[in-house]
Design a binder for this molecule. Structure first.
Ligand code: PAF
Length: 291
């Protein structure tokens, strides 16, 4: 347990009123509040976000909410893995003190008709592949931030485009919250942790390490001085296409803020990839910061 926090110290609340009461009492006591929104089915990647929030704040609140509006028709909303009891235990172990576990009708009151569209960073890649996805993400993140009123919120760099969308929204709407990006957490063989990894067959799971291998090849080329987006994306493609079980959706070389394609690496760039293994789509990326 982190800093003497035990599972019994973690309070679970389901209503906005109870959430506000606890967070409000923390803030009234002068405590800094960190927030980690999740869709549950937690793994070490999520827990690293909680730990980061712990480092930067006095109290951490997490939400577990499988958000229907960010799933497209035919996507895995119904089958998305759900494990609320285990999630609560894991959050406790990572030092979270409050779990917000709302119902769908709490977040989306009947008759609701307000949504958030973040143009720009939502447009390409995941946005093109999943047309309603970022509208759903931005809408739920805004609602959760409004409800939890944290001082800071931590998001994984694994979903690099989502992070760019959230940062844009927070800036555009003048939300009084600091957005923190936390590094990708990987399995021992390099596969980025994801709740959807459980969908992979044993053979696909082995093959999926190709994502990390392709990004490692890029890292070496960048270290050797390569700055051409075309050359780097060709290198990624060559490595990815060496794995017959994978089907590449995209390889993107973009600036971190706008998530727009670039020709030459910028000071802060991302190489983002999406690859299908059977019906499972895996995302990974490399954040590159040039001195
Ligand atoms: O990254 C996720 O798990 C989700 O997109 C988020 C940010 C919790 C919104 O539902």
């Amino acid at each position: 347990m982190a800093d003497g926090v035990t599972a019994s110290d973690v309070q679970t609340v389901c209503t906005p009123e109870d959430l506000r009461a606890t967070v409000g009492s923390w803030k009234a006591a002068g405590l800094r509040v960190g927030f980690v929104p999740t869709m549950g089915a937690l793994h070490d990647g999520h827990l690293s976000l909680v730990r980061r929030a712990r480092e930067l704040s006095d109290r951490v609140v997490a939400s577990v909410f499988v958000n229907p509006t960010q799933f497209g028709p035919g996507e895995d909303f119904d089958s998305y893995p759900r494990s609320p009891e285990r999630d609560a235990e894991m959050l406790a172990e990572a030092g979270c003190r409050l779990l917000f576990l709302p119902q769908v009708e709490t977040i989306y009151p009947p008759g609701g008709s307000t949504f958030v569209e973040v143009e720009g960073p939502s447009r390409d890649f995941e946005g093109a592949e999943r047309p309603e996805h970022f509208r759903g993400v931005a809408t739920v993140v805004l609602k959760l931030l409004q409800l939890a009123q944290p001082d800071l919120a931590v998001f994984g760099e694994k979903d690099a485009q989502q992070l760019a969308v959230v940062r844009r929204m927070v800036c555009d709407l003048h939300l009084p919250v600091e957005i923190i990006g936390a590094p990708i957490v990987r399995e021992g063989d390099g596969l980025a942790m994801s709740s959807r990894n459980v969908y992979l067959s044993a053979e696909e799971r082995r093959a999926a390490t190709v994502l990390h291998r392709s990004l490692e090849a890029v890292r070496r080329e960048v270290d050797a001085g390569q700055r051409s987006a075309f050359a780097l994306s060709q290198l990624v493609l060559t490595v990815l296409e060496s794995e017959p079980l994978g089907r590449v959706d995209y390889v993107a070389v973009v600036d971190q803020e706008g998530f727009r394609p670039i020709e030459t690496l910028a000071d802060r760039s991302v190489i983002a990839i999406a690859v299908r293994f059977g019906s499972t789509r895996l995302l990974d990326n490399l954040h590159i910061e040039l001195g």
